[in-house]
Design a binder for this molecule. Sequence first.
Ligand code: S3P
Length: 413
Amino acid sequence: MQINPLKNFSRELETAPDKSITHRAVMFNAFARGEAVVTNALLGGDCRSTIACMRSLGANVTVDGSTVRIKGSPVFKDACLDTGNSGTTTRLLTGLLAGKNVTATIDGDDSLRTRPMKRVTEPLSLMGADVTTTDGKVPLTVRPAKLHGIDYVMPVASAQVKSAIILAGLSAEGETRITEPALSRNHTELMLSAMGADICSDGTTVTVRRSELTAVDVCVPGDISSSAFLIGAGVVTGGCVTVKNVGLNPTRTGILDVLKSMGCIITIEDERMGAERSGTLTVKSAPLRPFRITKEIVPSLIDEIPLLATIACFANGESVISGAEELKVKESDRIATTVKMLTAMGGDVTPTADGMIIRGKGGLKGGGKVYACGDHRIAMSGAICALGSELGGEIDGAETASISYPGFWEAIC
Ligand code: S3P
């Protein structure tokens, strides 16, 4: 995909529906009592993997446009599950199946096969689960077991790990308590609570007890992580972007705090407070200052770091990202792939053990080729680099954007 440079990308538009919320709406309703309708569902590659897995386990899931109807199954069937590229499907399903009377094998694509699963299987084993992995990775197999609650302090802040333990806790004897080092996205807690689960949160600790769920309809807001690329296109080209109906859950809005600190002008209108906060978000570009991202705020912007590193090249001065070693175990090693992408486009970036240092020069020369390395967020960040640069650029592997944002290329061209 060849991307030409652009000045003043200014648009008012909607973005792709939220990936995290779509996964959860499909998965949780698939084992709840009753029927549910999920509207404005994301049908990107990852969420299609979740739908296919829930069908294989016995749930009745039908798709009509962006509406997904789910009739839950109280008893799951034994199955071989292909979770594709999706870490969220893999980790949440592992937790969900651990306490069900089922034997299931989970496997995925080459990228997924490199990603660590012990962070999930270790706490689940402490709960009594019978889970075996392939050297700590997929393929993994879950077998029937009786679970009991644990008090678990997570070594890393991760919504996927937290959610897996919570889901296991729904079928465990007694109470399960999970404490994170920093609060990761809390969509699981909010949705399970709306479905009648016995769950409560206090700061970075979640407590859950055995519960049955009642199906709940979900209207999925836009994904702030997908909106971020449109906003980024505006910021690096001197434009102003308005995204309507976007999710604004405070555990996801770290990028807005960083953009504000860089000088961008941010307004939120039509704010709605359902189970999830949403609204209309406008971000107007301005002369950009460099930023510092440290450990405490990383979970609230973890998926936006390749894009923020891109934007940092358009500021004047040194931006520093630290406390983000989790980037190494995403769809690609995002410290390495982000540095490679920015360097190819003329950026001055140095990787560190837990992040990177970006010496912004107020813009990028461009003219290079970005390899997506099978990572949707690198492909889309590369596009934003190219749009804001002097010479544009080429993206190799552009099709991977459809994992989280089908329609991305049309939205930015
Ligand atoms: C996700 C959690 C995040 C994020 C991923 C989606 C989720 O991972 O990177 O894209 O839906 O729970 P961790 O919180 O596990 O780091």
